[in-house]
Design a protein around this ligand. Structure first.
Ligand code: SF4
Ligand code: SF4
Length: 345
């Protein structure tokens, strides 16, 4: 059912929703950006529609809600442990189409990889309902159309922001009662059809090409350019890697809590093993790993789509202006070059 409501009416509905839901959306933090006098847009709880930042893409993705950058898993003493508490309210999360696809890509890693479901992720996901923010024009780093992630239909509600209010398509019967008495209107969301940027998605036909690609000189460029800061993976909508740390409360080493914190394959030492063996010792090798994971390995494992959703946040956040889109286009060319060389052999 479609509705047209004013911002004041939306605030009243938010207030009612707040009894059963935590509402999470991109929010502007004035002056908190990376550079002086710039803002940060990141996910946070909101109480009023005016707090939802819809005119700009958020700097950090919606994954911040489901898999926070740091979280307590459980608390332990000498002989027992207690799980950390999950909140009791449901979560209503405002997301763009690329973020919704990213949520499903993350689910495969957290809930299906290796036949093991991560209960901490599962309990968050079970609480989530999605409000899809219509996104029809995008920004200069977006390439969701190339990745096929510009459209979605699995939302509880879709929203379009207008000058004097919002249009909604409410598909979830749990949410419908909150809109009783609201003005009905015909509304179905639209989707972006063309981004400013197009990415040529590579197809690696066989192991021989893959092996040659891994040895291609294109990766060496990143030894000089990439500073291995990991900012791209923190901003990535689909990266899931984390590390765990035990925090001890006092001199008694048996009492404390286990936390997990986002980790990055781009940071030196990430792939080090006991005994000192390191698999990816240069920035170029780490970049190769990340790009192949997003544009080959994940799809090879799960069989349906590439891991990257084309949100472009890694490009926005990289202090060295490294573009994954340009890198993937370069990789596609390298693959063509390798395949051409094979034909000539
Ligand atoms: S990639 Fe950009 S244009 Fe596409 S859905 Fe995400 S924010 Fe919108
Ligand atoms: S690609 Fe950019 S953001 Fe990512 S680790 Fe390298 S320098 Fe940092």
């Amino acid at each position: 059912m479609g509705y047209r409501i004013s911002f004041d009416q939306a605030d009243q509905i938010f207030e009612k929703l707040g009894e059963a839901y935590e509402i999470w959306a991109p929010k502007r933090f004035v002056g908190k950006g990376r550079y002086s006098q710039t803002d940060l847009i990141r996910y946070d709880r909101v109480c009023k529609i005016g707090e939802v930042e819809y005119k700009e893409k958020s700097d950090l993705p919606a994954k911040e809600v489901l898999s926070p950058i740091t979280q307590s898993l459980f608390y332990f003493t000498e002989d027992e442990f207690i799980e950390s508490k999950a909140g009791h309210k449901k979560l209503l999360v405002f997301m763009r189409p690329c973020d919704i696809h990213a949520l499903h890509h993350q689910e495969k890693i957290y809930l299906e990889n290796g036949g093991f479901a991560d209960m901490y992720y599962q309990r968050m996901k079970d609480r989530v309902k999605i409000v899809m923010m219509e996104c029809v024009s995008g920004w200069d780093t977006c390439f969701c159309v190339s990745m096929g992630t510009n459209k979605v239909d699995d939302y509880s509600a879709a929203i379009r922001f207008e000058e004097d209010g919002v249009l909604l398509d409410v598909t979830d019967e749990d949410l419908a009662p909150y809109f009783d008495g609201s003005k009905e209107a015909e509304f179905k969301p639209e989707y972006i059809k063309e981004n400013q940027m197009t990415v040529q998605i590579p197809e690696i036909p066989d192991k021989e090409v893959l092996t040659k690609l891994k040895e291609h000189p294109m990766w060496k460029e990143f030894d000089k350019r990439c500073v291995s800061c990991g900012a791209c993976t923190v901003a990535c909508s689909t990266c899931t890697c984390f590390t765990t740390t035990d925090i001890l409360y006092n001199e008694n080493a048996n009492v404390g809590e286990r936390k997990r914190t986002t980790a990055s394959c781009q940071v030196a030492g990430f792939a080090d093993m006991a005994g000192g063996m390191g698999f990816r010792n240069t920035a170029g090798e780490r970049m190769r790993y990340k790009v192949l994971h997003k544009f080959h390995d994940y799809k090879e494992r799960f069989g349906d789509y590439h891991m990257c959703v084309g949100c472009g946040r890694c490009i926005d956040r990289c202090p060295e202006f490294i573009s994954i889109a340009a890198t993937v286009n370069k990789m596609s060319k390298a693959i063509d070059e390798i395949k051409g060389g094979q034909r000539d052999e």
